[in-house]
Design a protein around this ligand. Sequence first.
Ligand code: PLP
Length: 398
Amino acid sequence: MIYLDNAATTKMSDCALKAMMPYFSEIYGNPSSLHSMGQQAAEALFDARQRISSCIGCTPKEITFTSGGSEADNQAIISAAAMGAKKGKKHIISTAFEHHAVLHTLEKLEKQGFVITLLDVGEKGLITAKQVEEAIRPDTCLVTVMYANNEIGTVQPIREIGEVCRNKNVIFHTDAVQAVGHIAINVTEQNIDMLSLSAHKFHGPKGIGALYARKGIPLHTVIEGGAQERGKRAGTENLPAVMGMAAALEEACSKLNENAQKITLLRNKLISGLSKIPHSILNGDEKSRLPGNVNFCFEGIEGESLLLLLDDKGICASSGSACTSGSLDPSHVLLALGRPHEIAHGSLRLSLSEETTEEEIDYTVKVVTEVVSYLRSISPVWRDLESGKKEFIIKEGY
Ligand SMILES: *Cc1c(COP(=O)(O)O)cnc(C)c1O
């Protein structure tokens, strides 16, 4: 199989797997236990926290381990909202194409009386710091903008947005789940107050992530119980997963530039190959995007049928995000770009990793081109478009 769904999840690296093993079978003590086995576990946990914090430019005390990106997003937003509510500030700024872990948390807050402003991301899927600046009000308590979009891969001007928020004294959170381990990040230099990350997006294990919260930002406890994670996230620590996450992050960050260069070349080759398909369009800005993300709309195509046929030919791909596939709603991300429903349905996301080869890219271009052409040949919609009964939305030479 050719795995081009790395934005959904990645394969665990050998180094992450190896780092986890001893913590299942040898050093399995509870870090809260006072005996030596527990203390050995506590030391490993301390060490992992330090290594993870140095990869993103913060201090170990600013890291809270969570069950993944979704929990980190939930905790970040709920914490900032609780702080804001105390001061009578109940306005939050975000974007229309955030991950559902952010959007659904905001919807919940809206029902509790918060006012949410979702910034327009434009046709290219980018916002500006100026948009954020203009949206900030005296009662704004939080700006939450994703670092890189999981469907279309666009990368936002995070440092500039952070600067605006810092100057206006508003907390800035970023869902950096797609960016950590793929793009160089330094929370201090980039004026980031809170950041979510998830190990399984950078070749670490699933079910583990972290929330960075700058010193002085009180976290709201989402899971009540014991005093783990400085009382902010109860439950016995998932030490094997934490050790796997630390190893995966260090590995990803040490090879970051090398991997990004290699993946970007293959991505560009894939984009130029797929652009030759008639009535196709790349979703998201060409330049400000993740090294490994390719996302296209093909007119007259059903995304689901395309995926199934690609699977038959040995290619794992995605249409929209994994969370929305299975539902018939078109992707909220593509709708946010202003793509009409019928176009948003015909989308394909291919996400690369450092293990992707040039042969795989060549094969994928060939197969996608053939499959799109086949699906169009049997589509009544396509017949109407070709005969001129209906007008093409994606014009030729777009
Ligand atoms: C995958 C993802 C999440 C969710 O992370 P989990 O660890 O799967 O909970 C959140 N935000 C973005 C942008 C993601 O890509």
